[in-house]
Design a protein around this ligand. Structure first.
Ligand SMILES: Nc1ncnc2c1ncn2[C@@H]1O[C@H](COP(=O)(O)OP(=O)(O)OP(=O)(O)O)[C@@H](O)[C@H]1O
Ligand SMILES: [Mg+2]
Length: 242
């Protein structure tokens, strides 16, 4: 994958219900990075994700994807599954990467096996639990070859092994060069692996910071997080859930 940004947001303003919800949001997302977007309930995170994915148009400003395709894992992940069965869904995802037939099926089966989902292969997607839907959606994102993957609240209502499965999938997406944006209230679950932290408060970006792998969060940044309603305890390294 090229070094060209996976997404560039320039001065985005987005309205919903007749009000300006997002104001002047500018940010750049790089390939092979894990960005985490956090902020209070109702601060505009999902609206920003939908604007980046092209589901919603900004009133002002631009989203540039530089030819990258976007895969969106919705807050309610079941909404994003389009296949009748899990295998159908994964074959659709592979097709969007130009992979068909036996090769697509082999890749889908091996991905399901790696993520412990092989028993779900022929299940109707409407019968999946919330956590299962999310894991299938993430497997689809891996197969789709999308350059930008946005996961809206991927850790909600999961047991620890499933949090680990989601984390491993996110790390794998970064390894294959994708830009991953994780929206979460459970920042501690992904903080040890975060390259880029964005905090939104009342529709404005109040923190947009990149870290090296070794770097901890500075005290001024901790204050910004606290003021935006996000509680971080301990160092970044202490937070690994793997
Ligand atoms: N279609 C709509 N009509 C009216 N208001 C809307 C609409 N969509 C979003 N909003 C409002 O915009 C604000 C931002 O919503 P958004 O869903 O982006 O929040 P969020 O940060 O994702 O919150 P959460 O953490 O609860 O998921 C909220 O106050 C929400 O009520
Ligand atoms: Mg949301």
């Amino acid at each position: 994958m090229s070094g060209i940004p996976a997404a560039e947001l320039r001065s985005l303003c987005v309205h919903a219900g007749g009000h300006e919800i997002l104001s002047g949001v500018s940010a750049v997302f790089h390939p092979a990075e894990i960005a985490v977007l956090c902020g209070r309930v109702g601060s505009g995170k999902t609206l920003l994700a939908h604007t980046m994915a092209g589901i919603r148009r900004p009133q002002l400003g631009t989203v540039r994807l530089n030819g990258h395709r976007v895969a969106m894992i919705f807050q309610d992940a079941g909404h994003g599954l389009i296949g009748e069965t899990v295998m159908d869904d994964l074959l659709f995802a592979a097709a969007s990467a130009g992979i068909y037939g036996n090769e697509a099926k082999t890749r889908a089966i091996s991905l399901l096996t790696e993520t412990g989902l092989e028993e779900l292969s022929e299940r109707y997607t409407v019968t999946l639990s919330g956590g299962e839907s999310r894991l299938v959606a993430i497997a689809g994102a891996i197969l789709s070859g999308a350059g930008l993957i946005i996961a809206d609240e991927p850790f909600v209502n999961l047991d620890w092994p499933s949090v680990q499965t989601v984390l491993r999938s996110i790390l794998r997406l970064r390894d294959i060069g994708a830009s991953v944006m994780v929206i979460t209230h459970e920042v501690e679950k992904v903080l040890a692996h975060t390259d880029h932290l964005l905090v939104i408060d009342s529709g404005k970006l109040v923190l947009n910071r990149r870290f090296t792998r070794e770097e901890d969060i500075s005290d001024p940044d901790r204050s910004i997080l606290k003021n935006a309603g996000i509680r971080i305890i301990g160092s970044r390294k202490e937070q690994s859930w793997l």
